[in-house]
Write a protein that binds this ligand. Structure first.
Ligand SMILES: [Zn+2]
Ligand SMILES: [Zn+2]
Ligand SMILES: [Zn+2]
Length: 128
């Protein structure tokens, strides 16, 4: 299995990820691709997603259920508000969070290096 032979699969995964409205699991994406007639395997979807995350073309995070979720994201540092029912995602302007994180770290004598902050909730569409 050469890297070249798998390029179309990675492109298909990248495309499907770009179409998703929010964070999705490898299983979700696999289902979407299968429904569009792709014969791609789940393991290949996993690998392609891991590659994209490593290349910085996708964000990955752990859901509250401990599942790894992926999304095609804006480059640069940002945070997310994620619906736990439908996966819909809002990118949050980071300035307030940055100020808060720096202040808390300083209070405890820490030099803030990095942080991962994601907010989970139920979106308006899923609320009723
Ligand atoms: Zn993002
Ligand atoms: Zn929702
Ligand atoms: Zn931040």
């Amino acid at each position: 299995m050469s890297a070249k032979r798998n390029t179309w699969q990675k492109d298909a995964v990248r495309h499907a990820l770009g179409e998703a409205s929010g964070f999705v699991s490898a299983q979700d994406l696999h289902l979407v691709l299968r429904n569009h007639g792709s014969s791609i395997g789940l393991a290949t979807v996993y690998r392609a997603l891991a590659d994209l995350a490593q290349l910085g073309e996708a964000d990955s995070l752990q859901s509250t259920a401990g599942e790894t979720l992926f999304r095609a994201c804006e480059a640069g540092h940002h945070h997310h508000l994620i619906c736990t029912k439908c996966g819909r995602t809002v990118e949050i302007g980071a300035s307030e969070i940055e100020a808060w994180a720096n202040q808390v770290a300083k209070q405890h004598g820490f030099t803030p290096a990095t942080h991962t902050i994601e907010l989970f909730g139920i979106c308006a569409d899923c609320a009723d």
